[in-house]
Design a protein around this ligand. Structure first.
Ligand code: PNS
Length: 164
């Protein structure tokens, strides 16, 4: 069974993430979307909210699971029996960070292969960081995040005190 892990912060999930998930799903038998639980990092959305958003979007998809992890990604990948780590590269600017991470993960766990996928061109400038910034200033984030979550994401970004 081909199992892949798609790790990230997903703070919040974007249309770029969703595009990547649907591409990765076609390549494997089981895809685990893994939300990093990093108490040291201040996020706009709680881990539970980020997981709920992903579950809501992917509820119909039986080959996709949503999980959380803390600690090393490679340890969690081994626990799952995953052989592949999926990451997205949008532009050249992503490359250095992704390259370093992939090589570090390879050093830690040579049995795991990082697979890079490119999202649809129109999502090449979409990132969670941009969504947070635009949303916090009351800008329009439709077309950047999944439509069914758009209002909730926008409301939270404008009222960060309501972090759940
Ligand atoms: O969406 P992001 O924030 O770019 O995802 C980064 C993530 C979660 C994939 C990365 O920070 C990670 O894997 N963290 C777990 C800690 C780890 O394994 N570090 C060593 C490899 S760099």
């Amino acid at each position: 069974m081909r199992i892949a892990i798609y790790p990230g912060s997903f703070d919040p999930v974007t249309l770029g993430h969703l595009d990547l998930i649907l591409r990765a799903e076609k390549l494997v038998d089981r895809l685990v979307v893994a939300v990093l639980h990093n108490p040291a990092k201040q996020c706009a959305f709680s881990v539970a909210e980020r997981v709920d958003f992903l579950r809501e979007l992917l509820a119909q998809d039986t080959s996709i699971e949503i999980a959380t992890f803390h600690g090393l990604l490679v340890d969690f990948a081994h626990q799952l029996g995953a052989r592949f780590i999926v990451r997205g590269v949008r532009a050249f600017s992503d490359f250095e960070y992704e390259f370093q991470m992939a090589l570090m993960n390879r050093k830690l766990a040579p049995d795991l292969e990082t697979v890079f996928l490119m999202p649809k061109e129109e999502y090449s400038v979409v990132s969670s960081r941009m969504v947070r910034e635009v949303g916090a200033m009351g800008g329009d984030i439709s077309g950047l995040v999944p439509e069914q979550l758009c209002e909730r994401i926008a409301a939270r970004l404008q009222n960060p005190a309501q972090l759940g």
